[in-house]
Design a binder for this molecule. Structure first.
Ligand SMILES: [Mg+2]
Length: 254
């Protein structure tokens, strides 16, 4: 069977960008960026799916021909404009209200709130006692009536509140497979939210074959290791893998 059209879909933080002390400090690896730029010319689809807003993912990676999916599938950057999944827009006001209520509750050293427009994150990577901070955040959220409007998800040193619209990275991947009529694809990701995308790669259909690559380090949750077909050790391995892909794709197409 042919694997063309072929898509490469990648997470951003922890996959092509080293985890930084704060989310503002994270930078995409220049080596990954260069390979992704070449792959964008070689493959039918190169996409990034991030928990960050789509526009932010676009700014971080900065490759014109890529597709950028943000907020775990709830928004998509297409040719300079951001498209939202139906029903998401009304959460903008709810995010602002919940954030202004919660910011007074989180008087704990190291906690950082991130307004992602239609969702928000509470980071605790910089807290001296992370597990205590995590429990404190979850407890505070459970007492907030405004936060109840959201679905609570956890990632690497972060608690995220998202519109409860049942859209995840797996749905975003399936939408891309359909839209670009992909016959083959690779997904790269490092966190629990990427496991849904791994599942999409493994969906049994006669017309699509997908490979899930887990990017692991000492923080990796067991689900990532368990659901991935193969694992890569950190962003350094992703750099080498993408470089190899750049070399091999033209040979495969000959
Ligand atoms: Mg990640």
């Amino acid at each position: 069977m042919t694997l063309s059209p072929f898509g490469l879909i990648t997470d951003v933080d922890g996959t092509i960008s080293e985890i930084a002390p704060s989310h503002e400090e994270a930078r995409v690896s220049p080596i990954c960026r260069e390979s992704l730029a070449t792959l964008t010319e070689q493959l039918e689809l190169v996409a990034a799916i991030s928990g960050r807003p789509a526009l932010e993912a676009r700014q971080m990676i900065g490759i014109e021909g890529m597709v950028y999916i943000g907020n775990h599938g709830l928004e998509r950057w297409v040719k300079g404009a951001v498209e939202l999944v139906e029903g998401v827009e009304e959460y903008r006001g709810k995010v602002a209200a919940a954030l202004s209520e919660l910011k007074n509750l989180f008087a704990l050293e190291g906690i950082a709130l991130e307004n992602k427009g239609i969702a928000f994150s509470i980071h605790y990577r910089q807290c001296p006692h992370r597990e205590l901070a995590r429990r404190y955040i979850l407890e505070k959220i459970s007492t907030s009536t405004l936060a109840k409007e959201f679905r609570i998800m956890e990632g690497r040193m972060v608690v995220e509140l998202r519109p409860p619209l049942g859209v995840n990275k797996g749905d975003a991947v399936l939408a891309l497979v359909e839209r670009y009529r992909l016959r083959g694809g690779i997904y790269l990701g490092d966190d629990i939210t990427d496991v849904d995308a791994f599942g999409a790669m493994h969906r049994q259909t006669p017309s699509f074959k997908g490979l899930a690559l887990g990017v692991i380090d000492e923080e990796t949750t067991w689900q990532v290791k368990e659901e991935a077909d193969f694992t890569l050790n950190g962003v350094g391995d992703v750099e080498r893998f993408l470089g190899w892909l750049v070399e091999i794709v033209p040979a495969l197409r000959r």
